[in-house]
Ligand binder design. Structure first.
Ligand SMILES: Nc1ncnc2c1ncn2[C@@H]1O[C@H](COP(=O)(O)OP(=O)(O)OP(=O)(O)O)[C@@H](O)[C@H]1O
Length: 788
């Protein structure tokens, strides 16, 4: 077009030529807008570089690059015994001897660390955080950018602006080839716009050349027409565009970029071109028709928005009911509720279908009305053109061009109406996504949080209270100090808050009051990633992904070799069993690990923790579902895992925690007793009470053992015969002592009396938590701040 304008004979520009120049100008403006938008957004993200994220292993390394173990072993080995070992004297003395000192030491450490933190903060700017991998930095920046944008106001502009937070997810950030493709796609779209006007124009030229209204060669004009049609066909620019845009990024973006924007450009061109050819009235009619059409389409869409929202929620409800039924199939089957579930699902489907039908009917009426508007516009435009042709102001070829152009214009307009529907649908879905993205996590990194500086793993809980929902305190003002490498066990009634304490340490939740410190650093001040990379947890109910066993175990350390995984599984006493599965390590475990037994699930979780090689170990009922023999094997592995590392164990089976360096008895969120096994048995309080119940069989127990030796007939726990006899003797002695002191001691004696009564006299009596707790609580409140 430019070439033909340059090559033309000099003279004033005709209306058509002015239009052509305008078209070219509008294209460049459009390209300019696209480029400007790109550069505005580009500031949000870092440019890619050779050391880019995607090329790096996903597993973060220790800051010092050394294996976690090496830095801790020195300290841990001083006073440490393995999990399950019984260096009680050393432990308690070391623990007790530091009752005052570590506090002061820690506070000094804390001050030092605080200072260090401040220095660190001053030294390191955000971008200079050398411990941060490029992909982490980019993620963080995106998050920050997103947070900035998440400001909700009521007007339309802000509503649209809120969706800009999706931009980094739909634009190929840091992918230069894809960005170039996107720009080429823009060029293709503009070429399509040009073709939309050139084809009808060419048709008019052919008509005029045939009727000798111009002196052009009709043969050549037909060839040019064929060339333009080819370019506009599925084999032309459209094919090129689709090839360039194979990586589809999002429906919404495609709809806007490939349909809405080109259509707006088409409208602008049509207005200018028809004004130049038939005069301003024709252009005005076209413009007015388009605007009225789009206005009505917009109104219809917004009036149907509520119905669409209803349809989307019905769709989600249907999906939820189906998923819940499938996931809980065993509950459904065992409670004979298949019929109930079928009804629930069919009701959900019925509701969704009804809502869909309402929306569909609404759209049908909207389309019909929009069609009438278009028809009225065409009629008005055609009447005006007919008048101009009959009055000699225009040629018949131009009339043909008008009709053809109108048809071409109607197609994108009608498409735009349906596009409005899909855009509105996408926005409604995007709203739901926005809601999720707007939900702030309860635990987040503090601004400029620094990495945890690990120095052995000393853990301190200071006046910690916590509640899940502000209504009831689950953990109440607890304090204890655990020197590095020690093993601490939490025991107590179900629901007492034991698991919650472990979750607080792993910072799944932040404490409501008080503080938790690791090596003198408040865990709220350290980077969450650096904290969790130090902690390995075996949860009470481990959840596996619906993937192979190999991938599930490897999840703890994505770059672990197969051999590493085998070793971890061997240590967790599950290797042989996995080999026995039909596809060995490649067997899939099903949704949440449903295809594994409870014991297998726990052992896979233990293998995962072993593979992670953490510095602090949290075992929450880690072996509750395995049989005694297997547990014995796992204990060896756990012993190796916990050796030299600060370990927290929650267990109901007391035989698994009796060798811990310190045992803390929790009742209703409070520490009611603490000490090692012997001390607690001697104290004859709640622990002795629990112990005696686990050691003795109940007199009325119809499963009382009747083996040949008869020696172990009184034992119900999983201790060896010798151990058991010894423990029974100890327990009996302790409980008798406690009973003897009952009469003379008023406060601590209540607990002892309860233990004695329960344990020695009536082992079958149901556990009287409240009775014995009052006394022991009072007694142990004074000791609450005692160190482990
Ligand atoms: N996410 C949560 N939201 C609200 N309450 C919770 C949540 N998790 C646990 N709780 C409540 O907190 C209390 C303590 O739970 P926790 O799991 O810590 O007990 P526990 O001593 O470990 O019990 P168990 O021995 O049965 O595992 C319980 O009453 C429980 O209902």
């Amino acid at each position: 077009m430019i070439v033909s304008l340059v090559a033309r004979t000099p003279g004033p520009l005709s209306g058509v030529e002015i239009t052509q120049v305008s078209i070219v100008a509008s294209r460049y403006i459009a390209i300019g807008l696209v480029v400007a938008t790109y550069f505005t957004w580009r500031k949000v993200d870092e440019p890619s570089d050779a050391t880019d994220a995607e090329q790096q292993p996903l597993i973060p390394k220790n800051p010092d690059g050394t294996p976690a173990q090496s830095s801790e072993e020195g300290e841990g080995s001083q006073s440490t015994t393995a999990y399950g070992s019984t260096s009680t004297t050393a432990t308690s003395s070391s623990a007790n001897s530091t009752t005052g000192n570590p506090d002061s030491e820690n506070s000094t450490d804390g001050n030092k660390d605080d200072k260090k933190d401040e220095d660190g903060k001053a030294k390191k700017s955000d971008d200079e955080n050398t411990n941060e991998l490029p992909w982490e930095r980019r993620e963080r920046k995106r998050r920050e950018e997103m947070e900035k944008r998440l400001k909700e106001n009521g007007n339309w502009f802000d509503y649209a602006k809120r969706f800009m937070i999706f931009f980094p997810y739909i634009w190929p950030v840091n992918n230069r080839p894809l960005q170039i493709r996107a720009l080429l796609v823009g060029v293709c779209l503009l070429a399509n716009n040009a073709l939309n006007v050139l084809i009808p124009r060419q048709l008019g030229i052919i008509m005029d050349s045939l009727s000798h209204e111009n002196d052009k060669n009709p043969w050549v004009q037909v060839i040019i027409f064929a060339g333009l049609k080819f370019a506009a066909s599925q084999a032309g620019i459209s094919l090129l565009r689709q090839w360039l845009w194979i990586p589809s990024i999002s429906n919404l973006l495609e709809s806007i970029c490939f349909s809405a924007i080109p259509m707006l450009i088409d409208m602008a061109i049509a207005f200018m071109y028809l004004s130049a050819t038939f005069g301003p009235y024709e252009g005005f009619i076209t413009f007015a028709t388009s605007v009225i059409f789009l206005y009505i389409a917009g109104r219809m869409i917004s009036s149907l928005k509520a119905a669409r929202r209803g349809e989307v929620s019905a769709w989600f409800e249907e999906h939820y009911v189906r998923q819940a039924g499938i996931q809980g199939w065993s509950t459904v089957a065992s409670f004979n509720q298949v019929g109930h579930e079928e009804d629930r699902y069919s009701n959900a489907v019925k509701t969704r279908v009804e809502k869909s039908q309402n929306v569909y009917i609404g759209y049908l009426f909207a389309y019909a009305f929009q069609y009438l508007v278009l028809l009225a516009g065409l009629l008005a435009g055609a009447f005006l053109a007919v008048y101009q042709v009959t009055s000699g102001q225009s040629t018949s070829g131009q009339f043909v061009m008008l009709l053809t152009y109108w048809t071409q214009l109607v197609a994108p307009l009608t498409f735009f109406a349906s596009l409005g529907k899909s855009i509105s649908k996408n926005f409604i879905h995007a709203e739901q996504l926005l809601e999720i993205m707007n939900t702030k996590p309860t635990v987040v990194n503090k601004e400029n949080a620094v990495d945890l500086e690990f120095a052995g793993g000393t853990v301190e809980f200071k006046d910690v209270s916590f509640s899940y929902n502000d209504k009831k305190d689950i953990v109440k003002n607890i304090s204890f100090h655990v020197p590095s490498g020690m093993t601490v066990a939490f025991v107590g009634a179900t629901g007492a808050g034991k698991s919650t304490i472990l979750k607080l340490l792993d910072r799944f939740y932040d404490v409501t009051e008080g503080s938790i410190k690791i090596d003198g650093q408040d865990i709220r001040d350290v980077d969450l990633h650096s904290l969790r990379s130090r902690i390995g947890i075996v949860p009470q109910a481990p959840i596996l992904f619906n993937d192979t066993i190999m991938n599930n175990v490897r999840y703890a350390k994505l770059d672990a070799t197969d051999e590493d995984v085998y070793n971890a599984c061997r240590a967790a006493a599950i290797h042989e069993q996995i080999l026995g599965f039909s596809e060995g390590y490649n067997s899939r475990v099903g949704e949440r690990g449903i295809k594994l037994s409870g014991g297998e699930l726990q052992r896979v979780a233990i293998a995962r923790a072993i593979l992670k090689d953490p510095s602090i170990v949290l075992l929450d009922e880690a072996t509750s579902s395995v049989d005694t023999e297997t547990e014995q094997k796992i204990q060896d592995a756990l012993q190796a895992l916990c050796s030299g590392r600060t370990t927290f164990v929650v267990a109901h089976r007391l035989s698994t925690v009796m060798n811990a360096d310190s045992i803390i008895v929790i009742s209703d969120g409070e520490i009611v007793e603490q000490g090692n096994h012997d001390e607690l048995i001697q104290a004859g309080g709640k622990y002795a009470n629990l112990w005696s119940k686990q050691v003795f069989t109940k007199p009325k127990d119809k499963f009382k053992a009747t083996d040949a030796t008869g020696k172990i007939s009184d034992l119900v726990n999983d201790l060896s015969v010798d151990e058991a006899s010894e423990e029974v003797a100890k327990a009996t002695e302790a409980t008798s002592k406690a009973a003897a002191t009952t009469t003379s001691e008023s406060i601590s004696g209540n607990g002892a009396a309860s233990a004695s009564g329960d344990g020695a006299n009536d082992a079958n009596t149901a556990e009287d938590d409240s009775g014995s707790e009052t006394a022991t609580e009072t007694n142990s409140n004074a000791d609450r701040k005692k160190e482990v």
